[in-house]
Design a protein around this ligand. Structure first.
Ligand SMILES: Cc1cc2nc3c(=O)[nH]c(=O)nc-3n(C[C@H](O)[C@H](O)[C@H](O)COP(=O)(O)OP(=O)(O)OC[C@H]3O[C@@H](n4cnc5c(N)ncnc54)[C@H](O)[C@@H]3O)c2cc1C
Length: 607
């Protein structure tokens, strides 16, 4: 079973991606160039990623005392990915990019996430380099970003510390000016950093010539104290190996040392590291302290990081989606081949009959349809958000601003909804396999383990929910929420006149009203402790309403297509979502509207 028809349908029949080619930036593109990118990525994913997904799980990265060793397959896969040009696909032609719309880039990367999420397709490297293209100096772009796009260097994001995960205001890595001429370094104001960074993905390996760490750290004030809160956080480029102003390695190591590898539940193909900065293991010019070059203004480090948050979160949502999709395809295949049990007839079961394949049981079909509804719905949502990123960057000013605000509201959903529900899809895929699904002889348990990360990183589920209800739906006078309601209403208006869809349109209209009323009720006292006590149930209901809207909109496009099995399947998945999933929002919103304090008020001693 191939993912491609679903991607093609969503890109071309639903989102009309080639319409983007009317924009000057994309004017050299056509459906043919988009297809060529998709073909290449599909092929590399099939040949260099998928066959090695189990290898990278069983042959975990290990440190031999000098180097981190990864399977040869990871080297080959990442080399092929870099050679495809995908690392810099969105960049300008003049710096070697393809000026590819983000919508197509995201769709093409989906093939890698499905084939082997943990071999990785350079999401961190591209995000790191994109940030430098937006906030770096010319020299920082040339020396670091462009070498990342070419695949010569790779990138990391060093935010978390052992004591500072969700709460980045507690970052305690320090950066002090390096000498009296610190402002005159061609690579940017030069500092010395000391501190520990925890959980750093791809923090140490031999896959590339150099690693470009982007590190959040605080510059102490005149009294040597760190400014409390996020205002004091700055951003630095800290290369693993020192480079000169032309980007050549000088031969010296920077003072960044691997303290240890974390041994993870899943996603094992990517190293995860505790890094010590500036502890003197690799002194630079005889002194301890990791050399770092300031990016942007002091104190504006988080602002720079936020530049890339939307795309990073769409990337996480897409990874969760594709892991769910991998489980769906595997369990569909299994269900079509596994004989077990007899069908229930009017006179009960007939033991003389041959067993049927399990796909013939209604409950197995329920589990398959749930996976299809979660994963194909989530893929549509991610591509819709990717399309908004293109609108934000290339549409006229008013449309671009609407896209920006819509993305603000939708990004917590794009990150969190697939992380929760495509993980549930992985659980259903295991269930369909029965006992075999619980063994390592089948791939579905690995998909679940790999996917379990996504509710944790890039802002945990709880933090995303508080961001949605505490900030996003309120920002700019609630304009983002109104814009979203407007888009949902547009779909309703188109669906309400089609007899087959009228009931669904009404159900969605009611759901939207319920979410609006619950948002007001949550904030009725104006007290964040009242409103946010049930932020996760709010996000679940909000997410399900958004997905119901996406499915109804997708179903409108499916309805317009000629009859086919794919069309029947899409319409069935839409109906599943409305009949089995959307009604759940009532229970979620009840505790939100009542500002239920059952959880918040329970004394610690009562546990
Ligand atoms: C495999 C992996 C890869 C990672 N890669 C990177 C990386 O490349 N770079 C990087 O910088 N970081 C990375 N991280 C770190 C990741 O972003 C953090 O784990 C995450 O931000 C949570 O921080 P924490 O683990 O310290 O958990 P904590 O912040 O201690 O949270 C624990 C629990 O408490 C809840 N909680 C915390 N604060 C609140 C609050 N105020 N209100 C309500 N609930 C709260 C959380 O929701 C969570 O459920 C990675 C993590 C993992 C596991």
């Amino acid at each position: 079973m191939s993912l491609r028809p679903t991607v093609d349908f969503l890109l071309y029949d639903w989102l009309d991606a080639p319409a983007l080619n009317a924009r000057e930036r994309f004017s050299d593109h056509s459906r043919e160039t988009f297809d060529a990118v998709l073909d290449t990525c599909e092929r590399i994913a099939r040949e260099k990623y998928a066959p090695f997904n189990r290898v990278v799980d069983t042959q975990e990265p290990h440190f031999d005392g000098e180097k981190v060793i990864l399977p040869q397959a990871t080297h080959e896969a990442q080399k092929a990915y870099a050679a495809s040009g995908m690392l810099g696909a969105a960049q300008d032609y003049e710096v070697g990019g393809m000026q590819l719309p983000y919508t197509v880039e995201a769709a093409a990367n989906a093939f890698f996430a499905m084939a082997s999420v943990s071999i990785g397709s350079g999401m961190l490297t591209t995000g790191n380099a994109n940030l430098l293209m937006a906030h770096g100096t010319e020299a920082q772009k040339q020396v670091f970003a462009l070498n990342e796009f070419s695949g010569r260097f790779s990138g990391t994001m060093c935010l978390s510390e052992p004591q500072a995960g969700s709460s980045l205001s507690d970052v305690s890595t320090r950066a002090v000016p390096d000498g009296t001429d610190f402002e005159n370094d061609p690579l940017g104001p030069r500092y010395r950093l000391k501190g520990n960074k925890m959980w750093i993905s791809a923090g140490e390996h031999e896959l590339t010539e150099n690693i470009v760490h982007l590190v959040l750290a605080k510059i102490p004030d005149a009294d040597g104290k760190l400014v409390p809160g996020t205002r004091g956080i700055s951003l630095f480029i800290v290369p693993k190996k020192m480079v000169n102003a032309e980007g050549a390695l000088t031969g010296a190591r920077n003072d960044v040392a691997l303290a240890g590898l974390n041994h993870k539940c899943g996603w094992r193909g990517t190293t995860n590291t505790l890094l010590n900065f500036g502890e003197g293991l690799y002194p630079v010019n005889g002194e301890s302290g990791a050399v770092g070059y300031l990016v942007g203004q002091p104190g504006k480090g988080l602002h720079c990081m936020f530049h890339m948050m939307n795309e990073a979160r769409i990337g996480v949502g897409m990874a969760a989606t594709m892991l769910g999709m991998a489980g769906y395809h595997a369990s569909l295949d299994y269900a079509k081949n596994r004989p077990q049990g007899r069908p229930m007839g009017p006179a009960g079961k007939d033991p003389a009959q041959a067993p049927v394949r399990i796909i013939e049981h209604a409950d197995v079909k329920r589990m398959l349809l749930a996976q299809k509804a979660y994963c194909e719905g989530a893929l549509a949502l991610e591509l819709y958000c990717a399309r908004l990123v293109d609108e934000q960057h290339t549409a006229d000013a008013a449309t671009a601003d609407d896209a920006r605000l819509l993305l603000e509201v939708l990004t917590p959903i794009a990150k969190s909804w697939p992380s929760e529900w495509c993980l549930e899809a992985n659980s259903l895929a295991i269930q369909i396999h029965g006992g075999y699904g619980y063994t390592r002889d089948f791939p579905v348990e690995q998909y679940w383990r790999d996917n379990r990360l996504n509710m944790i990183h890039e802002g945990t589920h709880g933090i995303q929910a508080m961001d949605l209800l505490g900030r996003k739906v309120l920002m700019e006078g609630g304009k983002g929420l109104s814009l979203l309601a407007g888009r949902i209403n547009d779909t309703l208006q188109r669906a309400i006149h089609i007899p087959e869809f009228a009931a669904h349109a009404n159900a969605l209209s009611q759901a939207l009203a319920q979410v609006g009323a619950a948002t007001k009720a949550a904030w009725a006292t104006g007290e964040p402790t009242d409103a946010l006590a049930n932020a996760v149930p709010y996000m679940q209901a909000f997410g399900h309403t958004v997905l119901a809207w996406i499915w109804l909109d997708v179903a409108l496009a499916a309805q317009a297509a000629p009859a086919s099995n794919a069309r029947t399947g899409r319409l069935a998945a839409m109906r599943f979502f409305f009949h089995y999933e959307l009604p759940k929002i009532g229970a979620w919103l009840q505790v939100v509207s009542q500002r239920d304090q059952t959880c918040a008020a329970v004394p610690e001693e009562a546990f």
